[in-house]
Design a protein around this ligand. Structure first.
Ligand code: NAD
Length: 422
């Protein structure tokens, strides 16, 4: 097999493989299987944007609506140079399953623009975002499809989406998008929500495996929204963060890192993560995944753990902060090693759960205290974790397939209740 097998590295194939396995295990009816396998809509956009130097460039953008069976589409917008339709398709399907796993009333969607935010000015990014949103103004809406941030986009991007949409529909519509700044109808706790959800899953998993949380050794790959917030919260809760990495490289220190200082180093001082003083042993961003630890949290990007390297993973719990960090070809190897997996569609669902809370608050025009947000998130994560683990035991499958089973059962029930129109 070549170093990067295009089939193994196609996230759509990975998502499909798990869906098929779970659907077969469930004995899903053939018609419903076909209905849920395909997205409901795929839109490709060619976005003309004037660069700062006056040149006109055309960027390719996508929006895929996988399912609106349980509610409006929900899913982030990704700005990255390697965005592809297959990737957006997979991420949209994962959103359907993720929203169903945590039982929130959304379907699944995802969007992306092929661009490199690191090489674009703020003004250029604003123009791309506004044109992308304007092209999709008929498809977006609080009861249609609600975007959120993902890799390469943030709360500022969401503010531009909201403003552009509001200008088109001629009314302030904060609920069209989540992950907004607090001043524009964002929710308390949203910035930390995905990382907090990851920690809540780790708390539940360590309790299930009768492991002591205090001093539990954790490695986090990815130091963006999910990784840095997750690491900060876990550090504060007594976990020992012994490995960190971002796109520039990894650092390993058995004695553990002072995460608030590292966050300050990376985000306030804007210094490269691998240059963190007293940072320990330097290594590649991928090598960090293979150091011994109790909990491994891949929170960067897809296809990090593959059939080529899964054998080297040395942890007790693998909690997927990122979407699709483990390929479907690596699943059996991870299983065989007896690693307790908390799959992406559960582990990183804290983000979409608090996005749901944000949407509810925007529609109510009434905002909750941070404690209220976090308590409600805890209820959702604990309940979902327990349901997935119970399904794994009931069906004799790993937690990943169990999460798909829980999700597919919920979506299939909604399909049956609604029926097929016309
Ligand atoms: P981000 O852009 O804020 O951060 C990504 C981080 O990963 C950065 O530190 C970057 O340097 C690092 N990175 C990128 N490629 C890497 C590589 N090859 N090796 C090591 N590090 C690498 O993105 P984010 O919002 O934190 O999202 C990370 C993952 O979590 C993505 O898979 C995303 O889809 C998923 N996710 C995010 C949210 C959310 O609320 N932000 C919710 C659910 C899932």
């Amino acid at each position: 097999m070549p170093a990067t097998d295009p089939i193994e590295h196609n996230v759509y194939e990975s998502a499909e493989a798990r869906f098929e396995l779970a659907a077969r295990k469930l004995g899903l009816e053939e018609g419903i299987y076909r209905f849920l396998k395909y997205p409901s809509k795929e839109i490709t956009l060619y976005i003309p944007v004037a660069r700062d130097n006056g040149n006109l460039e055309v960027f390719i953008g996508y929006r895929v609506l996988h399912s609106v069976v349980r509610g409006p589409g929900k899913g982030g917008i990704r700005f990255a140079p390697d965005v592809s339709l297959d990737e957006v398709r997979a991420l949209a399907a994962w959103m359907t399953w993720k929203c169903a796993v945590v039982n929130i009333p959304f379907g699944g969607a995802k969007g992306g623009v092929v661009c490199d935010p690191a090489k674009l000015s703020k003004d250029e990014l604003e123009r791309i975002t506004r044109r992308y949103t304007a092209e999709l103004a008929d498809w977006f809406g609080p009861e249609r499809d609600i975007p959120a941030p993902d890799i390469g986009t943030n709360d500022q991007t969401m503010a531009w989406v909201m403003d552009t949409y509001a200008m088109h529909v001629r009314r302030a519509t904060t609920a069209v998008v989540t992950g907004k700044p607090l001043d524009l109808g964002g929710s308390q706790g949203r910035k930390e929500a995905t990382g907090r959800g990851v920690m809540m899953c780790c708390d539940r998993a360590t309790a299930k495996l009768k492991m002591k949380r205090k001093g539990c050794r954790v490695i986090v790959q990815g130091f963006g929204n999910v990784g840095s917030q997750g690491a900060l919260l876990m550090h504060a809760a007594g976990y020992k963060i012994i490995g960190v990495a971002d796109i520039h490289g990894g650092l390993y220190n058995e004695k553990s890192f002072d995460i608030p200082k590292l966050v300050d180093w990376v985000y306030t001082q804007r210094k490269p993560l691998p240059a963190f003083p007293a940072g320990g042993e330097k290594m590649s961003a991928q090598e960090i995944l293979f150091r011994p630890c109790d909990i491994l949290v891949p929170a960067a990007t897809e296809n990090q753990i593959t059939s080529q390297n899964a054998q080297r993973v040395d942890c007790r719990i693998l909690c997927e902060g990122a979407n699709g960090p483990v390929t479907s070809h690596a699943d059996p190897i991870i299983d065989k090693k007896g690693i307790f997996i908390v799959p992406d569609i559960l582990a990183n669902a804290g983000g979409v759960t608090v996005s749901y809370f944000e949407w509810v608050q925007d529609r109510q025009g009434f905002f909750w205290r941070e404690n209220e947000v976090n308590e409600r998130l805890q209820d959702v994560m604990d309940q979902s974790f327990d349901q997935v683990v119970a399904a794994a035991e009931r069906h004799g499958v790993n937690n990943r397939i169990a999460a798909y089973i829980v999700a597919i059962e919920r979506v299939a029930r909604a399909v049956k209740l609604r029926g097929i129109y016309a």
